[in-house]
Design a protein around this ligand. Structure first.
Ligand SMILES: [Mg+2]
Length: 178
């Protein structure tokens, strides 16, 4: 399938989906250095399955530690270089803002998804979001994409239409439901 024909995407949250979260004070948090960043085993294989099925794979991640001065841009760039090389999504988008910026891109707002949809001409109703938190599920709902939550100890209270055990099962579900 040529790039011009792609009309569907799978949006992947990053932390807790493609790389393990870092627990800080009992809460799931983002890695703040390349050395804290590791990839979920098999992540590249799962992204490849989606791309082979004709989905554009776009990572959409909130990184407010940039705005908070807790994450250096070069560390984030190093993480995303590893993610690009080892997992191979079509694109990695991140929101560098915090709540007080009132931006359009910070999930649960749908801006990262809707902006990509405009740029690529995506059919959002035929697209998906995979995440591990309520902000992912709310962004998906606001954008009009279907959503899958990856189960974790910290997200038992999150409302989700569909839950799965891991990224491989999320991809299974997406490929089954189309
Ligand atoms: Mg996450």
């Amino acid at each position: 399938m040529g790039v011009g024909e792609i009309k569907r995407a799978v949006f992947l949250d990053r932390d807790g989906v493609l790389n393990p979260v870092v627990m800080r004070g009992g809460s799931p948090a983002s890695p703040r250095s390349r050395s804290e960043f590791s990839l979920v085993p098999g992540a590249g294989e799962q992204v490849a399955r989606l791309r082979q099925a004709g989905y554009l794979v776009i990572v959409v991640t909130n990184q407010p530690d940039l705005a908070r001065g807790l994450l250096a841009e070069d560390e984030l760039a190093a993480m995303h270089q590893a993610l690009a090389q080892e997992v191979g999504p079509d694109e990695i988008r991140f929101c560098p803002h915090d709540d007080h910026h009132q931006c359009a891109c910070r999930k649960p707002k749908p801006g990262m998804l809707t902006q990509a949809a405009q740029e690529y001409g995506l059919d959002l109703a035929e697209s998906w979001m995979v995440g591990d938190g309520y902000k992912d599920m709310q962004a998906a709902r606001a954008a009009g994409v279907r959503a899958v939550l990856i189960n974790a100890d910290y997200n038992a209270q999150v409302e989700a239409a569909q839950r799965v055990a891991g990224l491989a099962q999320a991809v299974d579900l997406i490929l089954e439901q189309g």
